[in-house]
Design a protein around this ligand. Structure first.
Ligand code: ZN
Ligand code: ZN
Length: 747
C-alpha cells in the first residue's frame, strides 16, 4: 500500500492538471509509555481486567491524568484525537466506583447525543465485566425509561448540557446530583461562544445540588486549555497536555488544481478509495458543497456516502455504520464527522477547502491514521484570497498554532435566561443570593421588575408564568427557528430559517442525502417547504441571487468613544431572494438566469452595533469601501477574542459611506452585540493591534483581514487603508467637528 501511495504522490507531482504546492512528511511520534500501573493506587480488580484485555502500559499523559484524578484534583486534559483520553478518566473513575458502587458516582457530559452513544458503547465492555452500571439519559431516551433511570440510577450517568438544562428541576435528578463525585465534560472545545456561556451557567446550576464534586474536562488541542477550563467551570484546574501522538507516518499535501476543486476531490477519492483501497473522508464547509460533490461522484460512478447536518439522523447513523463496516470506502461530510465518533480506521482525509480554524484541521486529520500504516492528508486550495496567501506561504499554514477558544460569563442575555432557569430548578433562598456576583444581582433586579420572577413568602425567589414560558423557549445552541423540508408528507431535512430562503425558493433544486428534489412550495409562514423527488439526477444545480440589508434601526443606547458615536440597538436583517441561476454541475458555468415571480423575503429582528466611520477628505470612494469592509471584518475578529463568540455568531454589513453594522446572527439577539457596545474602546484597540502585529508583506492576509465567511469573497479589503483610518480615530481625534455622522442614518 505504501508503494501505491508513493506512486500516487509522484503522479500528482508530475501532473499538468494540478500543482503540488507543498508536501510534508510528519514522522511517527509516540509519547513515552509508563510500563505498568504501579504507584497509581488503582483497585486491583480493574488492573486485572485491563491486563487481561491487553492494556499493560499507559501513555505518560494518561498516567499523569489518572494520578491527578486519584489525588482529588480538577483535571484538564488537552490532547489530540486518538490519544486515549477516554481511558485517562474512565480508569480512575471505575476504580473509585468499585470501592463504593451502591450509588451514582459520575456524570459524563458530551456535547452531542451521537458522541454519547458512541462512547457508552466503548466503555460498556469495561464496566460490564466489573459489574458497574452505566446508562444514557438524553433526548433519545424513551420517556418511560427516563423515570426508570432516575429512580434506579446507574453508577455512571451519561448525558448532555441540553438535557440537564431542561431537567435539573426533577427531584430525582437532584437526588442523583447530590451523590456525584466526578463530573466529566468531554470535547469542551465545543463550549465556546454563546453555547459555552450557557454551559458555564448550567455548571453553576448543577453545583447547587452537589457536594464539592471533582471536575474533569477533556479537549482536542486548543491554544488556551487551562484558562478556558477555569473560565468555563469557575474552578482551578491542573493541566495535562500531550502535544502529539502520531501512530502512523503522516503525509500532508497542499494541492492547487487547475480545474474545479470538486473534480479534483473526485479524482483523489477514486485514486485513494477505489484504486488503493484506503478509507477516505472528505470534509466540506457547507451543505451545498457536500451535496454537489456527492452528485458529481454519482455521475462518475464513484461510490460515496454522504453525512451532513440537516438530513435525518437515521440516514447519518446508517452511513457511519457502513463506513465502519467498510461498505463505504469514502464519505463526504460537513463538520458533523469532526467529533470523535468511531467510524473505524481511516487512511485519508481530504479538505475541499481550508477549514475555518487550524485546530479543526488538526482534529480532522486526527481522524486518519489510527493503526500502523501511513496516512495521507490533503488540503485543496482554490482562487480565494485565503488560498492565494497560503499558496505563497504554505509552511506557515502547517506551522500554525491551535487557536484559543473563549467564553464570556458576562453575556447579559444568557445570564437572564439562566437565572430564570435557576429559579425553576429550585427557588432561590438568601444563601443562593450570596453566591451571585454584582452583574447577576443587577439582572435579578431587572427580572423582578419585568415580572419574570417574584418573591414568595418574603423568602424565596421563584419564576412566574412569564418566566416559565420563556424557559421553554430557550435554545442553548443559539440557532433560531427551523424550516421543515417535506416530501410526500415525510420530513427529509431541516434548515435554519435565516438560510432557508436561499435554498428553498420555488423551482430550486434541493439536494439531500444524494437525491435531487424540486421545491414546489415554500410556506414561509408555517416554516415548511414542500419538495418533490426527481428520480433522475440533474446535471445542473441552482443558486439563489440574494442580498441582505438592514432597516428599522432603533436606538437602545449610545455613547462616544474616541470621537465616534457608537450606537447599540435593534434592527431588522432583511434577506431577499429575487431570482436564481442555473449552473452546470461540472464546468460550473451559468446556464440560465431566472427571476422569481414574487421575490422571497425574510426579515428578522436582532440586536446590533452600529457606527459611522469618520473619513477625512484624503480618502477617495474606493478607499472608503475598502476601509469599511476591512474594519467590519476586524470588529468581528476582535469581537471573537473579546466576547468569546464563535465567528458564525456574528453577521456584518458595511456600506461605502462608512456605516458598519455588526449584528447577532441569532434572531432576537444573543447578547454579543451588547458586549461589543460595552467594550467598544477595546474593540477599536484590538482591531488596530491585529493589523499592527501582522507582518504580512501583502496588503492583508488570513491572520489579519481575511475572513473564511466573507460574503464578498474577501475582495475590497486593505490592511494599509484600515490602519490609517483606525489611527486617525485612535490618535488624531481632536478634530471632532470634521467627523461626519448622523444618529439615525437608515430608515
Ligand atoms: Zn496579515
Ligand atoms: Zn467580507
Amino acid at each position: 500500500m505504501e508503494k501505491k501511495i508513493s506512486t500516487l504522490i509522484e503522479n500528482i507531482k508530475n501532473s499538468e492538471s494540478r500543482d503540488l504546492v507543498y508536501y510534508w512528511e510528519e514522522e511517527k511520534s509516540f509519547p513515552e509509555f509508563v510500563d505498568n500501573f504501579k504507584g497509581l493506587k488503582l483497585d486491583p480488580r480493574i488492573v486485572k481486567v485491563l491486563n487481561s484485555s491487553g492494556i499493560k502500559q499507559l501513555y505518560v499523559h494518561q498516567y499523569d491524568s489518572i494520578k491527578k484524578i486519584l489525588n482529588g484534583q480538577n483535571l484538564m486534559l488537552n490532547a489530540g484525537t486518538g490519544s486515549g483520553k477516554t481511558e485517562a478518566f474512565i480508569i480512575p473513575i471505575i476504580s473509585e466506583c468499585l470501592k463504593n458502587n451502591d450509588k451514582c458516582f459520575a456524570i459524563l457530559i458530551y456535547p452531542t447525543k451521537a458522541l454519547a452513544l458512541d462512547q457508552m458503547d466503548r466503555m460498556y465492555q469495561l464496566t460490564k465485566e466489573l459489574g458497574i452500571k452505566i446508562a444514557k439519559y438524553d433526548g433519545d431516551t424513551p420517556y418511560d425509561q427516563r423515570n426508570d433511570i432516575l429512580n434506579n440510577p446507574p453508577n455512571i450517568l451519561i448525558t448532555n448540557p441540553d438535557m440537564l438544562h431542561r431537567n435539573i428541576q426533577d427531584k430525582n435528578l437532584q437526588k442523583i446530583l447530590s451523590t456525584i463525585r466526578f463530573v466529566v465534560f468531554d470535547e469542551i472545545h465545543n463550549y465556546s461562544g454563546v453555547f459555552g456561556s450557557s454551559v458555564h451557567y448550567i455548571i453553576k446550576r448543577l453545583k447547587r445540588f452537589m457536594e464539592n464534586p471533582q471536575f474533569i474536562c477533556l479537549s482536542a488541542t486548543i491554544g488556551n486549555p487551562k484558562k478556558f477550563a477555569e473560565n468555563l467551570f469557575g474552578e482551578n484546574f491542573k493541566l495535562v497536555e500531550s502535544k502529539k501522538i502520531l501512530r502512523r507516518k503522516r503525509k500532508h499535501l497542499m494541492i492547487k488544481p487547475n480545474h474545479s476543486k470538486y473534480s479534483e476531490a473526485v479524482y483523489l477519492t477514486r485514486a485513494l478509495s477505489e484504486k488503493i483501497g484506503i478509507k477516505t473522508l472528505i470534509f466540506c464547509e457547507s451543505h451545498l458543497s457536500c451535496e454537489l460533490l456527492k452528485k458529481i461522484a454519482d455521475f462518475r460512478n464513484i461510490r460515496l456516502g454522504i453525512h451532513r447536518a440537516g438530513i435525518n439522523i437515521k440516514h447519518r447513523s446508517k452511513v457511519e455504520q457502513m463506513l465502519k463496516n467498510s461498505k463505504y470506502n469514502a464519505v463526504v461530510c460537513t463538520p458533523t464527522l469532526e467529533l470523535g465518533i468511531d467510524i473505524g480506521d481511516l487512511g485519508a482525509i481530504i479538505n475541499l477547502s481550508i477549514p475555518p480554524t487550524f485546530s479543526r484541521y488538526l482534529q480532522r486529520v486526527g481522524r486518519s491514521g489510527r493503526r500502523n500504516e501511513e496516512s495521507i492528508d490533503i488540503l485543496l486550495i482554490g482562487e480565494d484570497p485565503i488560498s492565494n496567501y497560503y499558496m505563497h506561504h504554505p509552511s506557515e499554514y502547517y506551522g500554525s498554532s491551535p487557536e484559543p477558544v473563549y467564553i464570556d460569563p458576562e453575556n447579559p442575555d444568557v445570564i437572564k435566561k439562566q437565572l430564570i432557569s435557576m429559579c425553576i430548578d429550585n427557588p432561590l433562598v438568601p444563601h443562593d443570593l450570596l453566591s451571585l456576583n454584582e452583574k447577576e444581582k443587577e439582572i435579578m433586579r431587572e427580572l423582578l421588575r419585568e415580572g419574570y420572577i417574584q418573591i414568595q413568602d418574603k423568602l424565596y425567589i421563584v419564576a412566574t408564568d412569564k418566566g416559565e414560558k420563556l424557559f421553554y423557549t430557550i435554545n442553548l445552541r443559539g440557532s433560531g427557528d427551523e424550516v421543515l423540508i417535506k416530501c410526500n408528507g415525510k420530513i427529509i431535512g431541516k434548515r435554519e430559517k435565516q438560510l432557508a430562503i436561499r435554498e428553498l425558493y420555488e423551482n430550486a433544486i434541493y439536494m439531500a442525502g444524494g437525491h435531487d428534489y424540486i421545491v414546489e412550495k415554500y410556506d414561509i409562514d408555517n416554516d415548511v417547504a414542500y419538495v418533490k423527488e426527481l428520480f433522475k439526477r440533474r446535471k445542473y444545480y441552482t443558486k439563489a441571487l440574494y442580498n441582505s440589508t438592514i432597516s428599522n434601526f432603533k436606538l437602545i443606547n449610545n455613547k462616544i468613544v474616541k470621537g465616534i458615536i457608537v450606537n447599540y440597538g435593534e434592527g431588522e436583517i432583511n434577506e431577499k431572494v429575487d431570482g436564481y441561476i442555473i449552473k452546470d454541475l461540472v464546468e460550473n458555468k451559468t446556464l440560465q438566469k431566472k427571476e422569481l415571480s414574487v421575490p422571497l423575503t425574510y426579515s428578522y429582528k436582532t440586536k446590533m452595533l452600529y457606527i459611522n466611520l469618520p473619513f477625512n477628505s484624503k480618502y477617495n470612494i474606493s478607499d472608503r469601501i475598502k476601509a469599511s469592509h476591512t474594519i467590519e471584518h476586524l470588529f468581528i475578529h476582535a469581537g471573537i477574542s473579546l466576547t468569546g463568540a464563535k465567528i458564525t455568531e456574528f453577521g456584518g454589513i458595511s456600506y461605502p459611506n462608512g456605516s458598519i453594522f455588526i449584528y447577532d446572527y441569532m434572531p432576537g439577539g444573543s447578547g454579543l452585540a451588547r458586549l461589543l457596545f460595552a467594550r467598544f474602546d477595546k474593540i477599536l484597540m484590538r482591531s488596530f493591534e491585529i493589523l499592527k502585529n501582522c507582518h504580512c508583506e501583502r496588503d492583508g492576509c488570513p491572520n489579519c483581514v481575511f475572513s473564511p465567511f466573507c460574503g464578498s469573497n474577501n475582495e475590497f479589503l486593505s490592511k494599509s487603508i484600515a490602519i490609517n483610518v483606525l489611527s486617525d480615530i485612535l490618535y488624531n481625534n481632536n478634530d471632532k467637528l470634521s467627523l461626519i455622522f448622523s444618529k439615525t442614518p437608515i430608515k
